[in-house]
Design a protein around this ligand. Structure first.
Ligand SMILES: Nc1ncnc2c1ncn2[C@@H]1O[C@H](COP(=O)(O)OP(=O)(O)O)[C@@H](O)[C@H]1O
Ligand SMILES: [Mg+2]
Length: 394
């Protein structure tokens, strides 16, 4: 039987949650907040990396609780980063383009946070699969992300450490200790990167340009499933990677999401949803792959463009921004193909195609900026420096 949807909608994919009794900090936090106890018959879990609980409490509150990773010494960089975002979120004016679920409180030692449960919530990933993440929503997402990048980080204690991905050491050699947790498919995916000196050099170059770029508050884990549609609005959640970083990362990740989505659609069995991720395509002819690829790009490019236009409406990026964003989009394709290879023993055609696109973006970013229509803001003029005429003294 499908459990009732505590959010009052029918959209988010729900799971049987872990027994909250196994995480005593959940109840301790609810006690601190005066929210009573979770009603067991009304409890659901939503997909995600971390344990979470969505439900109603005995006081009638609707809450979304989640745990995040803790180090053996009890500290949690993930919680610290998420809380630093909440400090900044308090500064957002009412009606801001950046909407986030209201943070109710956190239990530091248990690394648990509570948020208001968004009613009728629907994940951006589901909306993308159903074709509902349309141009309007992309424009809204672009404005939200630009608003995030425009926030003044002073005094909020943001993490200033480098984002961990892509792990440059792994481009040379895979750590032996990491092998145990990787599938054969993932090892094959990493080998694709390691065996390609041009891609390795491009990733190193991207990291260098990132280091020289102006940094802003950035989400740093932007994917479709971090967007939530509820109450007719678009919300952005999951702030555990939030830090001071190159904002081109977030734009690149969003663009990369669409390109990965389009790649999956090429190999989806005909008749599936537009982004169905069923592995297929072993029998597709090269011609058919190209035809479907072209069609997918035509469908998705206007969404990328709408996101970028929304972004530019709220923020003027630095001159090298679009090229770095393309590089990060390229990395995002590798990141996604490595993640999806976890369940496989070999590399699927989707993974190989994604690697091909990722490679092109990383190694030829200038051309890709044009193809993806990441044009500079309208009205931006190139400043021509003119030397005074020879002999002129003024
Ligand atoms: N306040 C909320 N109300 C309703 N749904 C939410 C809320 N916050 C997150 N979600 C949904 O739960 C999913 C998992 O939450 P998220 O914070 O992304 O956790 P994880 O770190 O495990 O990815 C999200 O993808 C989103 O669909
Ligand atoms: Mg998430």
């Amino acid at each position: 039987m499908t459990p009732p949807d505590p959010a009052g909608g029918a959209a988010l994919l729900r799971y049987r949650p872990t027994d909250p009794a196994a995480a005593p900090a959940v109840q301790e936090l609810l006690d601190e907040l005066g929210l009573g106890r979770l009603e067991p018959e009304d409890l659901a879990g939503y997909g995600g990396r971390n344990d979470n609980w969505a439900g109603r409490t005995s006081t009638g509150a609707r809450v979304f609780l989640k745990t995040v990773a803790r180090a053996p010494d009890g500290t949690s960089g993930e919680l610290d980063r998420a809380l630093s975002f909440e400090t900044l979120a308090l500064r957002l004016p009412p009606g801001s383009d950046l909407r986030v679920p209201e943070h109710l409180g956190s239990h530091r030692p248990g690394a648990v946070s509570a948020y208001r449960l968004l009613p009728g919530a629907r994940s951006g990933a589901e909306a993308a699969l159903d074709g509902d993440f349309d141009e309007d929503l992309c424009r809204t997402a672009g404005r939200a992300v630009a608003t995030l990048h425009g926030l003044d980080p002073r005094g909020a204690g943001l993490d200033e450490g480098e984002p961990p991905l892509p792990p440059l050491d792994w481009l040379e050699a895979f750590p032996w200790s990491a092998l145990r947790d990787r599938s054969m498919g993932q090892i094959a995916a990493w080998k694709l990167v390691q065996d390609d000196p041009e891609v390795v050099a491009a990733l190193r170059g991207l990291r260098e340009r990132e280091r020289a770029a102006p940094r802003t508050p950035a989400h740093c884990d932007l994917r479709f499933d971090q967007f939530v549609l509820a109450e007719g609005q678009l919300y952005l959640c999951d702030w555990e990677e939030f830090r001071l970083a190159d904002p081109a990362r977030d734009v690149g990740a969003f663009v990369g999401e669409w390109l990965f989505h389009a790649t999956c659609a090429v190999f989806a069995p005909t008749g599936g949803g537009e982004g169905s991720q069923e592995p297929a395509g072993f029998d597709l002819s090269h011609q058919e792959v190209l035809r479907r690829g072209g069609e997918g790009l035509r469908r998705h490019l206007p969404r990328v463009e709408a996101f970028w236009q929304g972004y530019l409406e709220r923020r003027t990026p630095d001159p090298g921004f679009a090229e770095r964003a393309v590089g990060f989009a390229g990395w995002h394709l590798f990141d996604r193909l490595i993640a999806t290879a976890q369940a496989h023993a070999t590399l699927s055609p989707v993974a190989r195609a994604a690697a091909g696109i990722g490679r092109t973006l990383l190694t030829r970013p200038t051309g890709a900026v044009t193809t993806l229509r990441l044009h500079p803001p309208t009205g931006a003029v190139t400043t021509l420096r003119l030397h005074p005429p020879t002999g002129s003294t003024r």
